[in-house]
Design a protein around this ligand. Sequence first.
Ligand code: PMT
Length: 408
Amino acid sequence: MGANRHRLLLGITGGVAAYKAAELARLLLQAGSDVQVVMTASAQRFVTPLTFQSLTGRPVITDMWNGGVDNGMPHIELSRDRDGIVIAPASADFIAKLVTGLADDLLSTLCLARECPLMVAPAMNRQMWEHAATQRNMRQLEADGVTIAGPAAGAQACGETGFGRLLEAPELAAAIEAWFEAWMQPKLLRDVRVLITAGPTFEAIDAVRGITNLSSGKMGYAIAQAAIAAGADVTLVSGRTCMGAPKQARLINVTSAAEMLAAVTAETSSCAIFIGVAAVADYRVVTPNPQKIKKTKDTLTLELARNPDILEYVASLPQPPFCVGFAAESENLVEYAQEKRRRKKLPLLVANLVQDALSRDDNELILFDDEGAHPLPRAAKSVLAGQLIAHVAKLYRNPALTQKRKAS
Ligand code: PMT
């Protein structure tokens, strides 16, 4: 490993977990990173700047007005030569500041003025972590494109047990390493327009009820994030989810399969790659009741009609984009997935076992293309999304790899 592999700004905010940041700084330095520490006033109540100065061999910057840079503007200068900023530990207060764009000290101002990516490792008491305000703030941070590491669950300094612990230093160092790899990967899809569907559809039965499924949108949103990291220009057509969309994506919210089809149809001519991750309802109610149905009868029969297949429609266009389909099966995964790929004439199909994939944070995939099957072992959806996008880019950039399909 060469020296100064990553130039990192390590921001430390007030919390008892600040002591773990010393070990983190040591591990990062050991791995060849260049670490500049910035501490808030509260952080210095828990650990002294001298500890970090001794570890990093650099003065720790704590003061907006005495930031050790020639032009007197540390809030701008300090992040300019950095590959990324990591805030560990990040207190509830500091997270709230990031969300609102408050800039009342050096570290918060630095974060607002940065051009480089930001990772936040929260650490706080269990109740503070679970509070609706903190949870809302975390969703907003994610939507703003900030990477979140942790927190972990376990015994806390306050004597309680639950989520809110800072990740242990080795885990955090590994997360930072993976994060840099993702950001510093070559921009395999630079400026390529990618259209992604995600989440469930909802088919109305009456004014208040409908037919839907358990898709959370996590897989599709992770793929959107990975495509953005690869430089793509992403449009995300999403069914109803609780997810915050990546801020760099153009988000089109839809409810039913018909709305999803309309949105996709309007976007397809301008996209180069289409990835159908949405769990689209195969059937819709023929005549939804405009009012709430009263429970006057013992049984109720709904007449259902087949929904159009959005992926099949896109793949069968005279000049289709590069189409990637998903297959969610509960049995015979390989056989059904291969049949789906043939029938829909797809260069790439991604198969997963639906019971092991829906709503979870991790998944296990098999990619089927003209070269055969490529299993991706169980991992976080964000990791799999990066691997999938790398594979998509390889096929998209090398049309010869999918010529067999066209010839057949
Ligand atoms: O959202 P998560 O909780 O993270 O879960 C992820 C997931 C399980 C939903 C995802 O990984 C997945 O498998 N998505 C595809 C779900 C699905 O509808 O599979 P299918 O085998 O029924 O459909 C095959 C393909 O045709 C899919 O690309 C689907 O988007 C598309 N399709 C299906 C029906 C339809 N009417 N129109 C479509 O475009």
